[in-house]
Design a protein around this ligand. Structure first.
Ligand SMILES: *[C@@H]1O[C@H](CO)[C@@H](O)[C@H](O)[C@H]1NC(C)=O
Ligand SMILES: *[C@@H]1O[C@H](CO)[C@@H](O)[C@H](O)[C@H]1NC(C)=O
Length: 428
């Protein structure tokens, strides 16, 4: 007899196995670091030697990831975004990095990243050019997939600038096929749906989940709280359409964590970490790990919050309550028993009226209906709130533009030995 959790996996595989990309990767949302949001396309190494897109930057980030505890809590992919390329392919048509900024070549950098116990991610673009104007992969897809494999790439982010929108339905799967044929497992991150969505084309998610491990649905994140709010509003407004596509091996991607940069307060940083975890989002930081403040590092390395993000069920959470600029988001997580889930619960206070807001609602109203109740623990302050029944109120104070995030672990009914089949909760 398999343990319960394995039975559940088999059930989920049975539901989704036939129609999704199954390259064995990204069974939980990928975690790592990516250069774009924080370092953009800074190529001026004379003026900005510590910030330009260069071999030196990525070696220093690799050092910080491995020595400052990030790798230990699960951040494993170091992903180089746009602007690593030379403006031209080499004489044989092969992609090559900018020679002055990457004097040792890509394989040497890849070896260094791997030597730190990390994995190596690299950006390209499906179209004629990358978004910053470097060579794209069209016309060279097979060669470029092989080049990536020969450099030890573990994760490919494929952007969609300078491409025809309808071609993407053929091009993204074709490149995925070439990646597969290299024989090297590479996580495949697609920007396919966001370009289509923003231009009035309805993305074919059935095709997308067959092709990609993760995909961008919405625009690039910028360094502000307003931008974080606009992203969560997009995911909430589309939740019925988007949530069913997420699961082990295939994830919606609301873009990078901007925690530790210029735009978010400490409370807002907790909010981004909490919401990204409840949304089963990839946790890809973009920040300067060489100089990040200790309070932001602690938020990024909060193991209990990360455990929610990495929950093995891989179910994406949703907004279940909204009133007075206060929202509640919930995500079903393990342990599961007798058709009842445990939950992560985030109370988000969007208000800015200066003082912590008192929120009080019954669990029932938030969709938590396990008759035997739940043990509640707040995951940032470690405070346990005891055991609550569905009729009890969750009664908390939440800072302005901040969150409380709970793990609500279901309590087993004492002598219930019935093994009823798993029932998906309403709305999931
Ligand atoms: C890419 O280049 C090809 C060949 O020049 C051209 O036919 C195609 O229209 C270009 N694509 C875009 C999106 O501009
Ligand atoms: C290629 O695709 C097959 C079939 O989906 C899969 O079993 C295999 O793991 C893939 N290989 C790589 C390297 O992605």
């Amino acid at each position: 007899m398999l343990p319960r959790i394995q039975q559940l996996f088999l059930l989920l595989l049975g539901v989704s196995g036939a129609i999704c990309l199954e390259n064995g990767l990204a069974r939980t949302p990928p975690m790592g670091w990516m250069s774009w949001e924080r370092f953009r396309c800074n190529t001026d190494c004379m003026a900005y030697p510590d910030e330009c897109i260069s071999d030196k930057l990525f070696r220093e980030i690799a050092d910080a990831m491995s020595s400052d505890g990030y790798a230990d809590v699960g951040y494993e992919y170091l992903i180089i975004d746009d602007c690593w390329l030379a403006h031209n392919r080499d004489a044989n048509g092969k992609l090559q990095p900018d020679a002055s900024r990457f004097p040792n070549g890509m394989l040497d950098l890849s070896d260094y990243i791997h030597s730190k116990g990390l994995k190596f991610g690299l950006y390209e673009d499906y179209g004629n050019f990358t978004c910053a104007g470097y060579p794209g992969i069209i016309g060279h897809m097979e060669d470029d997939a092989n080049t990536f494999a020969s450099w030890g790439v573990d994760y490919v982010k494929l952007d969609g600038c300078y491409a025809h929108l309808h071609d993407m339905d053929i091009g993204y799967p074709a490149f995925g096929d070439y990646l597969n044929r290299t024989g090297r497992p590479m996580v495949y991150s697609c920007s396919w749906p966001v370009y289509q969505e923003f231009n009035g084309i309805k993305p074919d998610y059935e095709a997308i989940i067959k092709t990609c491990n993760l995909w961008r649905n919405y625009g690039d994140i910028q360094d502000s709280w307003n931008d974080v709010l606009s992203i969560i509003d997009y995911y909430a407004s589309k939740q019925d359409e988007i949530i069913p596509h997420a699961g082990p091996g295939h994830w919606n991607d609301p873009d990078m964590l901007i925690i530790g940069n210029y735009g978010l307060s400490k409370d807002q940083s907790k909010a981004q970490m909490a919401l990204w975890s409840v949304m089963a989002s990839p946790l890809i930081m973009s920040n300067d790990l060489r100089s990040i403040g200790a309070e932001f590092k602690a938020i990024l390395q909060n193991k209990k919050v990360i455990a929610v993000n990495q929950d093995p069920l891989g179910m994406q959470g949703r907004r279940v309550y909204q009133s007075d600029s206060v929202e509640v988001w919930t995500r079903p997580i393990t342990p599961v028993q007798d058709g009842q889930y445990s939950y992560a619960v985030v109370v988000l206070n969007r208000r800015t009226d200066g003082t912590p807001y008192r929120f009080s609602q019954s669990l029932q109203k938030l969709g938590l209906t396990n008759p035997a109740g739940y043990a509640f623990e707040e995951l940032f302050d470690g405070v346990t709130h005891g055991e609550l029944l569905p009729s009890d109120n969750l009664d908390v104070r939440v800072n302005p533009s901040g969150v409380k995030m709970f793990r609500a672990e279901l309590k087993a009914k004492a002598e219930d030995t019935n093994h009823r089949p798993l029932i998906f909760p309403v709305g999931y």
